[in-house]
Write a protein that binds this ligand. Structure first.
Ligand code: HEM
Ligand code: HEM
Length: 185
């Protein structure tokens, strides 16, 4: 059940790909709906994000209990530091993205939906029908900034992360990628 140097548990592998691919999909959906003002997609984006949060919390708990996977190649201090920093940024972002999104929506007066359910209701502005009234513009604005900045940071470090996975597979020819696909190395 627990991770070993030779084999990662099914839980670790499943959580990595489930949360990882969901985050990649949400980055694409978020950028698409934002750039195209596709407001009909907002509730879908929010609902998927709300579902991701508890799974990401479980993933962080599981990773801390299991410690980080041991390196299979000796990459030197600098590269190992970068890889480790990238892992920390990515895993923290799996919490920060849904939390900042939920806070920006709920505190911004737009409510918090979950596939048709209303977890937190909208706060309509009586003076401006059809508009939402923020409970706290400052907190909603801060959460919005966080959502955008962390999204951009994730895109950059994710490219490093994927480059690292390819490097280990193609250049080092060690089992780093295969181990994350559930194989024994
Ligand atoms: C196509 C995309 C991806 C590939 C090919 C990939 C590949 C890998 C590989 C091979 C490892 C093992 C590294 C090691 O043993 O040291 C790993 C670990 C990790 N990856 Fe990814 N990954 C991808 C996407 C993501 C995404 C989107 C996230 C987070 C948002 C993420 C977060 C992590 C974290 C935190 C670890 C550390 C081990 C763990 O917690 O499971 N990865 N990834
Ligand atoms: C789970 C991970 C999530 C990821 C990776 C993600 C990613 C993104 C990205 C890349 C954008 C476009 C960047 C921008 O704001 O300019 C965006 C926008 C947005 N996200 Fe998320 N998001 C996530 C979760 C959530 C959640 C849980 C909510 C709300 C409950 C949410 C609400 C929003 C809203 C309202 C926007 C549009 C902001 C605007 O119109 O400027 N997101 N998201």
């Amino acid at each position: 059940m627990k991770d070993t140097a030779a084999k990662l548990s099914h839980v670790s592998v499943s959580l990595h790909w489930l949360v990882g691919l969901a985050i990649i999909g949400m980055l694409a959906l978020g950028i698409y709906m934002d750039e195209n003002e596709a407001y009909e997609l907002y509730d879908l984006h929010k609902s998927i994000g709300v579902v991701i949060l508890p799974i990401a919390m479980l993933r962080v708990y599981w990773r801390l209990v299991n410690r980080w996977p041991l390196a299979l190649s000796d990459d030197g201090v600098a590269l190992r530091f970068i890889a480790h920093l990238v892992h920390w940024i990515l895993i923290l972002a799996t919490l920060l993205m849904p939390i900042s999104g939920a806070v920006m929506s709920a505190v911004g007066g737009h409510g918090l939906p979950l596939f048709g359910l209303e977890l937190i209701a909208e706060n309509p502005d009586p003076a401006n029908p059809g508009q939402a009234l923020a409970y706290s513009e400052a907190i909603a604005g801060f959460a919005h900034e966080t959502h955008e900045i962390v999204a951009n940071l994730v895109i950059v470090v994710l490219l490093l992360h994927i480059a690292g996975a390819v490097k280990h597979h193609v250049i080092n020819k060690d089992g780093t990628l295969r181990r994350m696909l559930g194989r024994e190395v």
